[in-house]
Write a protein that binds this ligand. Structure first.
Ligand SMILES: [Zn+2]
Length: 492
């Protein structure tokens, strides 16, 4: 039975999904204004292991993680580089996704971007306002914190003001000092920010502006997953204000806590301090990937329980490299081992089974990867003593059980030990596009056809362009040419 540490209650709880055998997971993704660092990789990998464990347990998993693609830092960086925030986002998102792919992080089912969710964000803000928990002031909209009873105890924690070291998004709460007069209460945070000259902006009922950071996640979850999901994840630093505010918004709008389980991963520390952009003490993923095999990095980051801090160091990575190689070599050794079925190794077989069970029990206990990996070391020791020191053979049955154990370790931890492993079933089965994804793909395909059609028309190849229109009409899709632009809709 899987238990997860729920930060809403500050204790481990038995996981009960909203819908049987299904689990919905949303994880706050990066703000794309600079190269991703090891702290980002840790968060992505921690929740990837959680997702993989659910897949291993035969759950149908919906996994969504966003990109914050508009914020003050991005505007600054884009201006410095003389590019648009969209160009900056595209460049950094593709670099991030390439790194995640190399680190064997399963692709998200959906990875929404804030700038593609503006309409839903506006509607969500309107709902909060209608319920009386937000107000407009000088073209911006603020969440009225004092109106929401229990705000300060959403997560059982002491309510403190943020320290000066806090992360990048403080603009939403801190920079409001600048706008202190606009707010009714000190703790109020921006849902919609009136745009300053030269900033990217969108039309809204309160005037041109852009969304605050917190409203983004609440709106995306609502758009793609509904009003209540199973698990919401992110780094520990997000508990306040980000996750507190996400919950406050959703409570105010629809009356749910947004997710039943709130899980937070520990920091990656560098020389005792949290690795972060704002402290400028980070090591980028691409820097580490130049030095170490991606599987070594993954092994390093998964060998520590997701809630514990990792003290990042080259020595630690070196040690991980050696340990990983030992496990990898052990896998190869067992895989190629000649077995002998006349030998009595039932005691050894029981040892393997017990270790394998303990491994799963450790994962059931709030994904305790440290303990789970220790079971691998344990069984390696027992097997090596048997084969090398006692010079005894093992049976096919023990070999198969052992390989099954190691293959399952590989699948769940995402650490590949050998090209001989058959891990495909796990990953391909997990990746059926959701209905929402299929809809997105279909829209993109129609847009693509419209683009091709206008190119053909420009080249005066009307026979082919008309054919496209005709075929689309047959399929129930109507095209409307409005000057340069063509819009489409389903025929009623
Ligand atoms: Zn978020």
């Amino acid at each position: 039975m899987l238990k997860l540490y729920n930060d809403l209650l500050k204790k481990k709880e038995i996981f009960k999904p909203i819908t049987k055998r299904k689990v919905s997971i949303y994880v706050c993704g990066p703000t794309v204004y600079d190269q991703a660092h090891i702290g980002h990789a840790r968060a992505a990998i921690a929740f990837d292991v959680l997702r993989r464990y659910f897949l291993f347990k035969k759950y149908k998993v919906t996994y969504v993680s966003n990109y914050t693609d508009v914020d003050d830092n991005m505007i600054k960086t884009a201006n410095e580089q003389d590019i648009t925030i969209y160009e900056l986002a595209d460049e950094l998102i593709s670099a991030y996704e390439a790194a995640m792919n190399e680190l064997n992080v399963l692709p998200c089912d959906i990875s929404p971007r804030a700038t593609e969710t503006i309409q839903e964000i506006i509607e969500f803000i309107q709902l909060i306002m209608k319920n009386g928990y937000a107000y407009e002031s000088n073209g911006s909209v603020y969440f009225y914190v004092d109106k929401l009873e229990g705000y300060e105890t959403i997560f059982p924690r002491k309510f403190t003001k943020k320290s000066s070291q806090d992360e990048i998004h403080d603009q939403d709460t801190m920079a409001l000092n600048e706008y202190e007069d606009e707010k009714k209460g000190e703790k109020d945070f921006a849902l919609w920010k009136k745009s300053k000259p030269g900033e990217p902006k969108w039309e809204a009922p309160w005037g041109e502006g852009r969304p605050g950071w917190h409203i983004e996640c609440s709106s995306m979850i609502r758009k793609y997953m509904g009003d209540l999901i199973d698990i919401h994840g992110g780094g520990k630093d997000l508990i306040f204000p980000h996750h507190t505010n996400e919950i406050a918004q959703t409570l105010a709008a629809v009356g749910t806590t947004l997710a039943n389980y709130w899980l937070h991963n520990g920091f990656v520390n560098l020389k005792g301090e949290k690795m972060s952009k704002s402290l400028k003490n980070f090591t980028t993923i691409s820097e580490v990937l130049k030095l170490y095999d991606s599987m070594v990095i993954r092994f390093y980051l998964t060998s520590v329980n997701y809630r514990s801090p990792i003290n990042y160091s080259v020595e630690g990575l070196e040690e991980a490299k050696q340990n990983f190689e030992k496990i990898r070599d052990f896998y190869g050794f067992i895989y190629h081992l000649k077995t002998l079925d006349t030998v009595n190794d039932s005691e050894l077989f029981e040892n393997v089974k017990e270790s394998y069970n303990n491994f799963k029990k450790a994962l059931d206990d709030d994904i305790n990867t440290t303990k789970a990996v220790s079971e691998i070391y344990q069984i390696m020791k027992i097997i090596n003593t048997w084969i090398i020191e006692k010079r005894k053979d093992i049976t096919k049955r023990t070999q198969s059980e052992l390989l099954k154990f190691l293959d399952d370790y590989s699948k769940i931890f995402g650490v590949i030990l050998s090209d001989n492993q058959d891990l495909d079933d796990f990953i391909t089965k997990s990746h059926q596009p959701s209905t929402k994804e299929q809809e997105q793909i279909m829209s993109q395909l129609i847009e693509l056809l419209i683009d091709i059609r206008s190119t053909l028309r420009k080249k005066k190849m009307f026979d082919v362009s008309d054919k496209i229109r005709e075929k689309l009409t047959e399929m129930g899709i109507e095209l409307d040419d409005l000057g340069e632009k063509t819009i489409w809709k389903f025929k009623n």
